[in-house]
Design a protein around this ligand. Structure first.
Ligand code: UD1
Length: 421
């Protein structure tokens, strides 16, 4: 297992280009199942999760190759409708092959993804949505078995205890595009990744309106065609670099971004006192002099993203005063608290809240990554900490950040990957 060794205390400087969005690319790759024709997807990040999705597509019988950020996929010879446990259990997003497989074969067998370190993560909304499209769904032996004589459009309310669901919206969307008649999804997720998926499906010939709002209308079509598509930039990678720039008192420019996807993050950083300057597709981040504490509540888009909660906690941990973070999407997503405290932070978890008493400085320590965004938070903290931090289990970070150490190194960070078997 690789480790990252980071010597903190360097102010980051320079410019960094943001990669394609992991969370947009994964459902789009799953959507290639919906056509016999070749799809070419550009700006796909070179990540473990992406390669896992490609493996799943190949296991189903598709051809899928990745070359320099471009995936060429063809599902003409798809032969299997089963996504097995050994692959689905490794990545929750692989569950979003359920909708397209059902649309393609009128049946699908997909392993339950299981829980993960950030919480229970049920799939009831996926199942409820697909049932409303006239699918029979049973769960047995750890698998979801879906079957339908004919998928039919329906009226679906897709909200749960914690609001809308990104991947449930994606799953229902991908089944509904080939269902007979019209489907309305209410309380659909509004995340930009859902919009990117809908844009991809519309290029393929689907008739989807309202993506990006809580009400999506889908008129089913008989067939979809192969198309080319460029994946949107990764707003969470962008946000992670924004916090890295701010915590090191640096002066960096992030390029290749879509500003409006970053509004909640920009607003919070400005409240904290970070100086942000925008041009058309870039954003300069300069740390101000007197940073102020802030309260953050994670919410579905356009609210503050749960995937940026941990990285902001690192930043707030060295801002004088008391900050409170409330996690409304995954109330248990606080595995990074103990690790940040090992670096000298003063953070107390109280139910779904983290109370952060800002300290003057963090100090380097051996720490352990527990999940993707928590590991990003440890790297962000390490960049500002005095001395050396050793982040182990960095395979988590490789799931979601393309070339993170190279990109940080180019900004001046002292960071080194140690390969371990
Ligand atoms: C996606 C993102 C993930 C992000 C999350 C929330 C991908 C590949 N992953 O995950 O990075 O953290 O959105 O923005 O896009 N829920 C249910 N029942 C369900 C489904 C979800 O109760 O059937 C709950 C979840 O437990 C959670 C909330 O709904 O509390 C939102 O989860 P959801 O949007 O579904 O997350 P994912 O789509 O899995």
């Amino acid at each position: 297992m690789d480790k990252l060794i980071i010597e903190g205390g360097v102010r980051l400087k320079g410019s960094v280009r943001i990669s394609g969005s992991k969370n947009a690319a994964l459902p789009i790759l799953a959507a290639t199942i919906l056509t016999d024709e070749v799809c070419v997807i550009r700006n796909v990040p070179n990540l473990r999760d992406v390669h896992l999705m490609l493996r799943i597509l190949r296991t189903l019988g598709a051809q899928a190759e990745f070359k320099k950020g471009v995936v060429t996929a063809c599902s003409k010879r798809l032969k299997s409708y089963t996504a097995p446990y050994n692959l689905v259990s490794k990545m929750r997003a692989s569950f979003c092959v359920l909708g397209p497989l059902l649309a393609r074969f009128n049946k699908a067998k997909v392993s339950l993804p299981g829980g993960c370190i950030i919480g229970v993560r049920p799939v009831d909304l996926h199942i409820k949505g697909l049932k409303r499209l006239n699918a029979d769904i049973t769960v047995s032996g750890g698998y979801v078995h879906a079957r339908s004589d004919e998928l039919k459009g329906g009226h679906i309310y897709l909200g749960g205890e914690f609001g809308s669901s990104v991947l449930a919206t994606a799953n229902v969307l991908m089944a509904a595009v080939r269902a007979k008649g019209t489907t309305i999804i209410e309380n659909a997720a509004c995340e930009p990744e859902v919009v990117d998926l809908a844009n991809f499906l519309n290029k393929m010939g689907a008739e989807i309106e309202g993506a990006g709002t809580p009400a999506i209308e889908i008129k089913g079509v008989k067939a979809l065609k192969g198309v080319e598509h460029k994946v949107i930039p990764d707003r969470i990678e962008a946000g992670t670099f924004m916090t890295a720039g701010a915590i090191t008192g640096g002066n960096i420019v992030i390029t290749g971004i879509i500003h409006k996807h970053l509004s909640a993050l920009i607003d919070k950083l400005e409240e904290i006192g970070v100086i942000l300057e925008r041009t058309d597709s870039s954003l300069r981040i300069k740390a101000g002099r007197n940073l102020k504490p802030a309260n953050i509540t994670t919410l579905p888009y356009p609210g503050f993203p749960t995937d940026m909660q941990a990285q902001f906690m690192s930043l707030l941990s060295i801002i004088p005063g008391v900050s409170v973070i409330t996690e409304k999407i995954y109330p248990d997503r606080f595995m990074h608290v103990a690790e940040l405290n090992r670096m000298g932070a003063h953070i107390q978890k109280e139910g779904p809240h983290a109370i952060i008493a800002g300290v003057k400085y963090l100090s380097g320590a051996p720490v352990m990554a527990s999940d993707l965004r928590a590991s990003a938070a440890l790297v962000v903290a390490a960049l500002a900490a005095g001395g050396k931090t050793e982040v182990s289990r960095v395979y988590h970070i490789d799931r979601g950040y393309e070339n993170i150490e190279k990109k940080l190194e180019a900004l001046g960070a002292k960071i080194l990957r140690i390969k371990e078997n």
